[in-house]
Design a protein around this ligand. Structure first.
Ligand SMILES: Nc1nc2c(ncn2[C@@H]2O[C@H](COP(=O)(O)OP(=O)(O)OP(=O)(O)O)[C@@H](O)[C@H]2O)c(=O)[nH]1
Length: 235
């Protein structure tokens, strides 16, 4: 059995940093965790990847192609589609050979997949799911790790927004899902205390915070309450 974490989250939320620290932590514990970079626009990261999508296709390839002429977001989607179409490349990196007969059966691998920060790839497009299906067919057990900047968890409106983003990924990917709060070290002591409140949130208190004292909050009270119940149901 092999294991994989699909590391997703908004741009700059700390995905690559998480991968580096996890790999270092594993090394300290005399275990082996490998990282695969699947962000075709990545500029630098501090781990040395087992495989790097930029060797297959770089975002610039899609953006600078005279026929394709993609912008950054369309180009990124194209690159991930290209990866799925050229799955033999990834299989060769992970399984050691392109020929079905030559594919080894590595065991006990633990691989982190560092994904791009465009979360639409995981909230409603199909590439994230297709990647998981491929990994499962190569004997991986997968889970999704959603990185969220903790600064998005220190007031009611940001909490709702961040939680809904995580929930969209969870509903679309249909995988075991772990949320990781990053950059907690950057929070002030007051913000850290507030954060505690959001770790075990009481939906009714949060709704009060959002609806009282603003005309927007009053107007959309019912909608906010419905969103609160939805989040509560998925907890
Ligand atoms: N202080 C602090 N900085 C962090 C932490 N996690 C990430 N950073 C910093 O935040 C910035 C973005 O981190 P990355 O790991 O590159 O984020 P990313 O999600 O991989 O970014 P993209 O691939 O561009 O979406 C870097 O400057 C990191 O050093 C953290 O827990 N604490």
């Amino acid at each position: 059995m092999r294991f994989a974490q699909i590391i997703v989250g908004p741009a700059g939320s700390g995905k690559s940093t998480y991968c580096s620290f996890m790999q270092q932590h594993a090394m300290d514990a005399k275990r082996n965790i490998q990282v695969v970079n699947l962000d075709p626009a990545a500029e630098h990261f501090t781990y040395s990847p087992l495989a790097d999508i930029r060797e297959l296709i770089h975002l610039d390839d899609a953006m600078e192609d005279e026929e394709l002429q993609y912008g950054p977001n369309g180009g990124l989607i194209f690159c991930l589609e290209f990866l799925i179409e050229n799955q033999d490349w990834l299989k060769a990196q992970l399984c050691g050979g392109e020929d079905e007969l030559m594919v080894g059966e590595p065991d006990d691998d633990y691989i982190l997949f560092d994904m791009p920060g465009q979360i639409e790839l995981f909230t409603h497009l199909k590439m994230g799911k297709q990647l998981v299906q491929l990994l499962e067919s190569w004997n991986f057990r997968t889970c999704v790790v959603f990185c969220l900047d903790s600064q998005f968890m220190v007031d009611g409106a940001k909490f709702i927004s961040g939680t809904m983003a995580a929930l969209s990924v969870m509903a679309n990917m249909e995988q075991a899902h772990v949320n990781v709060l990053t950059k907690v070290d950057l929070l002030s002591s007051e913000a850290r205390k507030q954060l505690e409140m959001y770790l075990e949130p009481d939906a009714h208190n949060l709704m009060g915070e959002l609806t009282i004292g603003s005309s927007f909050g009053e107007k959309y009270r019912k909608l906010t309450e419905a969103i609160g119940s939805l989040i509560e149901d998925f907890r």
